[in-house]
Design a binder for this molecule. Structure first.
Ligand code: SAM
Length: 343
């Protein structure tokens, strides 16, 4: 390494280029290049371009970019997927991140293009990115069938990746029934019934979501059924359960809404019932992990919290024995129990 190379600010140079790399991944995913190569690779650029309906020179540049980023392999026979592209980038696998990548391209990218205004104004930039007034976060997602499907696929893909670690972070075998509030497609619910065959799991989510869940159900699996119930967790009564789950829900909402939701969950819990929260737990300085810190830049009215902040929040609503498990996956897990009246 020459003296000048040793001094290169490589971290900064990498960040300066990060947006190009992200966009290359997004466009290759959007064009379903990883699906094509999973089925037919290795393939030459010209054949991929013909199949996908893109220019040969543009496709070749994109494929070379993907190869340089370690997403594809390039040999004299053509381009083929790496193992990780087959698992995570083709759209059909159990652990596919395709849904989240498309959400990142179509939704997060336009929002982050307006980050400067978001920081100046301290608010979400939906109106600038999509020409719409920033309303309830989920009303934005569910106004069209296409955006709703895209959002649900995004949630589904991350939930698949995290579900096993969330389900096994604590031994939940003492519980007979669980209700996953805002449980979306049921990805975590299905994992829970696999790990705990005696657990009955109800997924509770908005009617627009529940009406759309059939597309996401695992086929050919004879696991205990998961029940889907539609409702609004701020307004409607919650299904009965020994264990309530809030996975990636608390970080979306301002304190007033959290007050309504946690008051309701606490009121419906009997002593000894529990609440499991799955979120990325920040360190006490609130600068790591960066995946959660960067997510905050979307400027929803909610926020990411540290372990001590989750503990304080949950104790305020009558929960005790708060335990936190840092999983090493994208989501960590907080488990707490409803206080008995005598405590
Ligand atoms: N729990 C899932 C996960 O971890 O992948 C989904 C998380 S997603 C960020 C939040 C979920 O809360 C969505 O499925 C959304 O439809 C649901 N939700 C939002 N507002 C709701 C409400 N008022 N009542 C019930 N569910 C709601």
């Amino acid at each position: 390494v020459s003296q000048s190379a040793a001094k290169l600010p490589s971290k900064i140079l990498e960040l300066m280029d990060g947006f190009r790399a992200s966009k290359a991944l997004f466009v290759a995913s959007k064009l379903k290049i990883f699906d094509h190569l999973k089925d037919k690779g290795p393939m030459k650029a010209v054949d991929i371009a013909n199949d996908v309906g893109t220019s040969v020179c543009g496709t070749e540049r994109l494929l070379d970019a993907c190869a340089s980023l370690g997403l594809l392999e390039k040999t004299p026979q053509g381009y083929s997927n790496t193992d990780s592209a087959n698992t995570y980038l083709a759209s059909d696998g159990k652990y596919s991140l395709h849904g989240y990548i498309i959400h990142s391209n179509d939704h997060l990218w336009p929002l982050f293009t307006n980050l400067e205004s978001a920081v100046k104004e301290g608010s979400r930039q939906n109106h600038r990115a999509f020409g719409k007034k920033a309303d309830d976060l989920f009303k934005d997602y569910y106004h069209s069938q296409e955006v709703k499907q895209r959002f649900m696929s995004a949630m589904h893909s991350i939930a698949h990746l995290t579900a096993r670690d969330v389900a096994t972070a604590f031994d939940l075998s003492q519980f007979k029934s669980a209700c996953d509030l805002g449980g979306c497609t049921g990805a975590l619910a299905h994992e829970l019934v696999q790990v705990y065959p005696n657990l009955k799991v109800t997924v509770f989510d908005l009617p627009e979501v529940i009406a759309n869940t059939s597309y996401f159900q695992p086929s050919g699996q004879h696991t205990a059924p998961v029940t889907f119930v539609s409702g609004d967790f701020f307004k409607d009564s919650l299904p009965e359960a020994d264990l309530y789950i809030l996975s990636r829900v608390l970080h979306d909402w301002p304190d007033e809404k959290i007050h309504v939701l946690l008051s309701k969950v606490s009121a419906v819990c009997r002593p000894g019932n529990a609440l499991l929260v799955a979120e990325t737990v920040l360190d006490e300085q609130k600068t790591h992990p960066s995946v959660a810190v960067l997510q905050s830049l979307s400027m929803t009215e909610g926020k990411q919290r540290s372990g001590s902040e989750y503990k304080q929040l949950l104790e305020k609503y009558g929960f005790t024995d708060v335990q936190i498990k840092i999983t090493g996956n994208l989501l960590d897990v907080v488990l707490c129990f409803k206080k008995s009246l005598s405590l």
